[in-house]
Design a protein around this ligand. Structure first.
Ligand SMILES: O=C(O)CCC(=O)C(=O)O
Length: 275
């Protein structure tokens, strides 16, 4: 199995105009692929402002317009594509959903955000995603030619049990399309990505929208890649841009040999199980 590949993250402003947002995503995906990216990641809600009242009118079914455009560009550029997330509608319910395509355009993964971002921080951020969204119920791990990759969305990162489940399924990297804010971003963003990386000895990836002060919800940005030792391999600031670099899944095995916590788990004493 090839274990080295080039990972690209796109940090973009998510316009209120869906076709502009999707067009911008496609342009950026093309550029990263032309520069050698094998796997490209987009931010959470890349085709919709991150505002609860907008999710219903921007929602599309699986196989809808945004889905088709993402499938098309994955095929055209022969890349794996973690297509951020979009509001997905099924049977009248709306989910925060990430679709994953392989270089042939097959949908090889689909994650519906499991934990609803309902918070109210004193003198800080309020958000109630469950006003318009439903929670998913399935952890998501997808196969690539480089190895298995886990997928979850933003607030899902705060639940270490979910990361542990994906790692038990063989994930060597966990990707979180995400959009932290100006209260919890400075406080917890890097800490969480480094924590999930260190306690599972995996790569963690956070891909966020760029900051736009004209929107109701202001994204922290700071898209990030952390290695299984907990070192930050790359981190953006608040503006539009991208990260592109080589990932070597050998490092997961090497770190786990030297510091064998995954082998030393006492599943006879405690365990995290899927119900
Ligand atoms: O956990 C946080 O602080 C932010 C989560 C979030 O923004 C989200 O789930 O979209």
């Amino acid at each position: 199995m090839k274990e080295k590949f080039k990972l690209g993250l796109i940090q973009m402003i998510t316009s209120r105009d869906k076709s502009i947002a999707v067009g911008k995503a496609i342009e950026n995906i093309s550029q990263l692929a032309d520069n050698g990216a094998n796997l490209v990641v987009l931010p959470e809600m890349f085709n919709c402002p991150y505002e609860t009242q907008r999710f219903p009118s921007y929602a599309e079914p699986e196989g809808g317009e945004t889905w088709q455009k993402m499938q098309q560009i994955a095929i055209e550029k022969k890349i794996y594509l973690v297509a951020g997330s979009i509001p997905e509608i099924e049977a009248g319910k709306i989910y925060n959903t990430s679709f994953v395509f392989d270089p042939n355009g097959n949908q090889i993964g689909k994650h519906r955000k499991i934990h609803m971002f309902d918070i109210n921080i004193e003198n800080g951020q309020y958000f109630k995603e469950s006003e318009t969204l439903e929670a998913g119920n399935q952890p998501t791990v997808f196969e690539t030619e480089y190895g298995k990759i886990g997928l979850a969305i933003c607030y899902d990162i705060r639940f270490p049990e979910l990361a542990r489940l994906m790692v038990a399924e063989g994930a060597k990297m966990i990707i979180y399309p995400a959009a932290f804010n100006m209260t919890t971003g400075p406080a917890h963003w890097e800490l969480l990505f480094r924590s999930r990386a260190v306690d599972n000895q995996v790569f963690t990836v956070g891909c966020a929208p760029a900051r736009d002060y004209s929107l109701g919800y202001i994204s922290y940005g700071n898209s990030i890649v952390v290695d299984p030792w907990g070192d930050v391999l790359g981190r953006l600031d608040d503006t539009e841009g991208y990260l592109l670099g080589e990932i070597d899944f050998n490092e997961v095995r090497q770190i786990r040999e030297q510091l064998p916590i995954i082998r030393q788990l006492r599943n006879d004493v405690y365990s995290t199980k899927l119900k």
